[in-house]
Design a protein around this ligand. Sequence first.
Ligand code: SAM
Ligand code: DTB
Ligand code: SF4
Length: 327
Amino acid sequence: MKQAATEKYSRPVTAPLRFDWTQTEIAALFDLPFNDLLFRAQQVHREHFDANEVQVSTLLSIKTGGCPEDCGYCPQSVHHEAAVEAEKLMDVDAVVDAARAARAAGASRFCMGAAWRNPRGKNFERVLEMVERVRAEGLETCMTLGMLDAQQAQQLKQAGLDYYNHNLDTSPEFYGDIISTRTYEDRLDTIHHVREAGMHVCCGGILGMGEARVDRVSLLEQLACQQPHPESVPVNLLVKVEGTPLAEQDDLDPFEFVRTLAVARILMPQSHVRLSAGREQMSDELQALCFLAGANSIFYGEKLLTTPNPEADQDRLLFERLGLRPA
Ligand code: SAM
Ligand code: DTB
Ligand code: SF4
C-alpha cells in the first residue's frame, strides 16, 4: 500500500496544457484530501515556475465611485448605501507620479482601475495617454475599465497596454444572484475582444459571496476552458463592505479558499494565479498556505481600489520570513 502511494505521488506530472476540463474532473480535484491536493498543486507549480518567486503588482484607482452597475459586492456602485464618493478621472500626470512611486517600491506591473460600466469619449482618450506614459516609465501596464468593444480593445493595444483585467466573478449559474445590470455573455464578449486585440487576459473571480462549491467548480471550468488560458487569474476573497448587499455574508472556510487556488494552479499551470483582494483579513499563516497552493502574484501597497491592503512593510516582512522573492 505504502509503496503504491509513494509511486503515485512521485510520478512527474508533465501533462500537456488542457482546455477541455470537465466539471466532474474539477470536482474530483476539490475532493482530494487537502494534503494530496496541495502536493499536486506544488508539483505542477514547480514544473512551470520558481516556487519562491511572487509577482508583485500595484493597483491604483484612477476613477473612483459613482458606478452605474449593481455588482452586489462593490462599494463603488451607486445602487448601494456604501457608495464611496464619486470622483472624476485622475489627471495623467498624477497617475504617472503614482506609477513612478510604485516602480521605486519594487512593482513590476502597474494596474489602473476605473469604476465604469465602460469607457467613453474624452475619458477614453485620457486613458490611452496614461497607458503610453506609464509604459514609458518601464512598467508593465494593466487596466480594468469595464466592458470594451472590439475597437476600444485595439486602441488600448496600440497604446501599449499589456494586460486587461475583466473578471467573470462567479459561475454562470450564480451570477444572476450578484449582478443584474450586465450579463455573463457581456463579460465573455469583452474578454474575447481583449484576446483578439492581442493583449494578455487577466480574468478571475471572487470567492465567499455565498456561492456553493459547484459554483467554484463551474467558475474554474469557465476559466480553464478558455484557449489560451488567461495569463493572469486573480482570485479575490470577498471584502465585506458595510452598506453593500453582501456585507453580512458568512465567512468562507479558509481551507476552501486554499483548495480553490490549488485547483486553479493545477488546471492552468502556466498562468499567474493572483492572491488578490482579501489579504488584509488573512493571517500570515493562511497567506503562506495560499503560496504553497500555487498562488504566485499579489497586489502590493496599502490600498486596493477603495479598501485596505496589508502595509508594504508587513508584506516585505512576510516575504522575508517565507524566503519569497518579489518578481
Ligand atoms: N468597473 C470595472 C469592472 O467591474 O470590470 C473595473 C473595476 S472592478 C472594482 C474590478 C474587480 O474588483 C471586480 O470585477 C471584482 O472582481 C473585484 N472586486 C470589487 N469589489 C470587491 C470586493 N468587495 N471584494 C473582492 N473583490 C472585489
Ligand atoms: C481584481 O480582480 N481585484 C482587484 C483588481 N482586479 C482591480 C480589485 C479588488 C477590489 C477590492 C475592493 C476595493 O478595494 O474596492
Ligand atoms: Fe462598477 Fe466594477 Fe464595482 Fe461593478 S465591480 S459596481 S462594474 S466598479
